[in-house]
Design a protein. Structure first.
Ligand SMILES: [Zn+2]
Length: 399
């Protein structure tokens, strides 16, 4: 047992800081590790050498800003993470390694009327199929990230009421899947996972403060503050869809009137086009027609963008994120929706909050949530198994 504050426990803490930084980012140069961890370049260099000799990390030549550098990532065969995403009409599973490489990914349609038990059975089967296909060692699974399209109670892990999967409310998704797979499972809602996915793999790379806005059957935001998802004590942070835009507007499913959602979600927006375009339009169809020049669809997309922009302006005044990433089907509309969002932000946000903001479409499309689930599994796994054998265990007093 070493004393907290002793040489060896400080060394172990430094090892953990470096491994954690690389685990979350996927790959970092030694200079980036020094910046992220606050350790000196010499300390980082020594630690990276030790971790490399122990087989925990791999170092490959790269270039940073035109200069030669060394990229450090966790060893690909050090462990496996799995992402599972239940969506509106699909189930998607990805298998990745600790070096942030996606080894396999597959999506299949999911009947929204299927029971939760059937859904979890299907997830278990798809996970097992991908593990077999990739030939990875089950014993190396460090954890599973699980995405569900509804609110999760942080304390109990219970899924709240969801308009997308009505039969699933009251279930405990992480517990269900843990029981089937026998490995740790961490659950979060789709907006938070979309935010994590874009942060680690997509349009949010390199920033520490980000809001991911997902417009689908509802409107939600995943908030990243200083590199971490902000959930709030009850897990409901990011309910941007219920910001009031018009006190005398349409009644929302939450019971209030004129919420942002009543101006942007499909069930409110599509009826605007029924008289001119018929009844079998989907949001995807509106976006496709808008891109092809249909004036009515373009108008509706622009109005939705304007309203989202009002919500984003409020968000900017409160949180001052450096990036807003738009996900969901609507992101496919590109500038048709992003332009009006930026215009509203320029009009309604205080200038100092909007000055450093960039509004971008998501880079991952429908993969954002499942990759976010991989990122969740990566962020929740500890470093103790990775570091076993490279240094004595940290004393309880230190942790
Ligand atoms: Zn509402």
């Amino acid at each position: 047992m070493e004393t907290p504050g002793s040489q060896s426990s400080l060394h172990r803490a430094n090892l953990e800081r470096v491994v954690r930084a690389v685990r979350l980012a996927g790959s970092l140069t030694q200079a980036e590790i020094a910046r992220t961890t606050g350790l000196s370049a010499a300390t980082v260099s020594n630690i990276v050498r030790e971790l490399r000799e122990g087989g925990t990390v791999e170092v490959t030549p790269t270039s940073a800003g035109g200069r030669r550098a060394r990229a450090v990532s966790l060893s690909g065969d050090a462990g496996i993470v799995i992402g599972v995403d239940f969506g509106h009409t699909h189930l998607r599973v990805a298998v990745g390694n600790l070096a942030h490489q996606v080894l396999a990914e597959e999506s299949e349609p999911l009947d929204v009327d299927a029971s939760a038990a059937q859904g979890f059975d299907r997830a278990e089967q798809l996970v097992n199929r991908l593990i077999e296909a990739t030939g990875v060692d089950r014993a190396k699974i460090a954890g599973v990230g699980l995405g569900v399209p509804g609110p999760i109670d942080v304390e109990s892990g219970t899924l709240g009421s969801t308009s997308i999967l009505p039969g699933w409310s009251g279930t405990r998704p992480a517990e269900e899947l843990r029981g089937r797979l026998g490995v740790p499972v961490h659950v979060d809602n789709d907006a938070n996972l979309g935010a994590l996915g874009e942060l680690v793999w997509g349009s949010g790379r390199g920033v520490r403060d980000l809001a991911y806005i997902k417009v689908a059957s509802g409107v939600g935001a995943g908030l990243v503050i200083d590199g971490r998802i902000y959930r709030g004590p009850g897990g409901t942070a990011g309910e941007i869809g219920h910001i009031t835009l018009d006190e005398s507007g349409p009644v929302c499913r939450c019971g209030n009137r004129g919420c942002l959602e009543t101006f942007t979600a499909a069930r409110y927006v599509l009826p605007l086009l029924t008289p001119s375009h018929g009844t079998d339009l989907t949001m995807e169809g509106v976006v496709r027609l808008g891109r092809n020049g249909d004036p009515g669809c373009r108008r509706v997309i622009a109005d939705v963008g304007r309203h989202i922009g009002s919500g984003v302006a409020n968000l900017c005044n409160l949180l001052n994120p450096s990036r807003v990433v738009l996900g969901g089907d609507l992101a496919e509309a590109g500038e048709l929706v992003l332009g009006p969002i930026r215009e509203s932000v320029g009009r309604y946000a205080i200038p100092s909050a909007a000055r450093h903001l960039s509004v971008l479409p998501g880079a991952l499309g429908g993969r954002a949530e499942v990759l976010g689930a991989l990122a969740l599994a990566l962020s929740e796994m500890g470093d103790s198994t990775l570091l076993d054998g490279t240094s004595p265990a940290v004393t309880p007093a230190f942790t």
